[in-house]
Design a protein around this ligand. Structure first.
Ligand code: DHB
Length: 313
């Protein structure tokens, strides 16, 4: 019996009934897919990263499951932002759950145009994706700190709804300092860390070829392989954001124990991508139940009680 464990949380002033939502990426592109998420125990409906124009995405095969995660180079297949503005109104009306837009403009002007459109929509939050690794000729904005500062400055000028940033994984402590400073400067509502680890390569020794086609086989690695990187990124930002910016933890959450580890690291909520793709919408309720069980065993009754409580050794 774990009914007394309260998984509700708040991200950038938006109340979420549970600690767990879907991540942008898998199975959140069409209205049918979004309805499946809306009917599930995901506490919000996160939509696929969109662009101004609809996109087919990269050539197939472009997504392959792995034993401990996945590698993908989807290339932002999406229906174009106007569809997601419409979907957000339908979803909000039909299900009443928070809806989050994810934007991945090809340039600053695209991002500004889409932010403006979603400000006028019923979405509850807007996640700008500065970390898609799969577009040829378009570097991940999140690794260019000057541009991140500039683009975010303009986006945040027009905000009224909470703006969040989907960040790439960082590996150097001075980069956490620099990015945290930019997030605080523009008063972003939340960060989501991490995106998949970009430009990794899986080789099939039998075929002597990569296992995905785009970009010579280079793609974003996700799932259990990347959980330690996700945890360190959440922790590093928690220590630098002074409680002023909420944190979604993302990366390799398969079990309730994984979610609990992100909670100890300091995440306000978590997003599930690769596990949702493998297991379907039942993963949200399973992980929630497992999280409640481990919290109960350890004597925690709410998210706030355990958040950020990683112990020193
Ligand atoms: C895609 C991949 C990402 O990791 C991301 O953040 C956005 C889009 C993609 O290839 O579709």
């Amino acid at each position: 019996m774990t009914k007394n464990i309260d998984l509700s949380t708040t991200v950038a002033g938006v109340n979420l009934e549970s600690y767990i939502i879907n991540a942008s990426g898998p199975d959140c592109t069409t209205y049918e897919e979004l309805q499946t998420i809306a009917r599930s125990e995901s506490a919000a409906v996160m939509m696929k990263s969109c662009t101004v124009e609809p996109r087919e995405g990269n050539p197939e095969p472009r997504y392959q499951r792995l034993d401990f995660g996945a590698i993908q180079s989807m290339g932002l297949p999406n229906l174009g932002y106007k569809e997601y503005v419409k979907f957000s109104a339908q979803l909000r009306q039909e299900y009443g759950k928070p809806v989050i837009a994810s934007l991945s403009g090809m340039c600053k002007e695209d991002n500004l145009k889409m932010v403006e459109a979603f400000q006028e929509s019923p979405v509850d939050m807007i996640e700008v994706n500065f970390s898609c690794p799969n577009i040829v000729g378009k570097p991940q904005l999140g690794y260019d700190f000057e541009q991140t500062d500039k683009v975010l400055g303009e986006i945040c000028k027009i905000n009224s709804k909470p703006i969040g940033v989907k960040l790439p994984p960082y590996f150097d402590l001075c980069h956490f300092d620099m990015v945290a400073e930019i997030m605080l400067k523009h008063k972003v509502g939340f960060i989501s860390c991490i995106n998949s680890i970009g430009n990794t390569l899986i080789i099939d020794a039998e075929t002597e070829a990569p296992i995905i086609k785009p970009k010579g086989g280079f793609g974003g690695l996700s799932g259990q392989y990347i959980k330690p990187v996700g945890l360190s990124n959440v922790r590093a930002f928690l220590e630098r954001l002074k409680g002023q910016v909420a944190i979604f933890g993302v990366g390799g959450i398969v079990t309730g124990t994984d979610a609990f580890e992100y909670l100890l690291a300091g995440a306000d909520a978590v997003q599930i991508g690769t596990t949702f793709e493998k297991e379907g919408a039942a993963s949200f309720s399973r992980i929630a139940q497992e999280l409640q069980a481990i919290m109960q065993r350890k004597g925690y009754s709410s998210i706030a009680e355990a958040k950020g409580k990683l112990r020193e050794l």
